[in-house]
Design a protein around this ligand. Structure first.
Ligand code: RB5
Length: 144
């Protein structure tokens, strides 16, 4: 599995921690964080990760900012992206099993490195349940 990851200025330390964790686990990681521009970097970060996932250059995306909200909002404007802002273990599991999320979003100001790593592990190992969730996922892609 290959990950695309990016953060804004508020989440660089947590991003680096997760890159180290993933690399140590043997995963490939593409860090596409833009040059730090505090005024605007979270949308750019989201756009880059989403492009990597949609082109299938990477299997999953990971986005981080201070709260996770800016990157999540921007990421979900990309058709085909299901970005889940995750704040605990249950959310990490549900994001995959019910929502088939393809981008994990974390808020660096809301979590410890230990919790973030555990949520990432759950996100990686939890499969999509499919079944009754498949039409719900398909409905997400319908235009308004
Ligand atoms: C930066 O202060 C903060 O606004 C940003 O990291 C993010 O939380 C936005 O949603």
């Amino acid at each position: 599995m290959k990950f695309s990851i990016a953060s804004d200025h508020a989440a660089c330390d947590l991003k680096n921690h997760l890159i180290e964790f993933l690399t140590h686990q043997g995963y490939k990681v593409h860090d596409c964080t833009p040059d730090v521009n505090p005024a605007d970097s979270y949308s750019e970060a989201a756009d880059r990760v989403c492009a990597n996932v949609l082109s299938k250059e990477c299997d999953k995306g990971i986005l981080l900012c201070g709260t996770g909200q800016g990157t999540a909002i921007r990421a979900n404007r990309h058709f085909g992206i299901r970005a889940a802002l995750v704040t605990n273990d249950y959310m990490a599991e549900m994001a995959r099993s019910h929502n088939d999320a393809n981008v994990l979003v974390l808020g660096a100001r809301l979590t410890t490195a230990t919790l973030a790593t555990r949520m990432l592990e759950l996100f990686i190992k939890t499969p999509f349940e499919a079944g009754r969730h498949t039409p719900r996922i398909e409905r997400l892609e319908q235009l308004l």
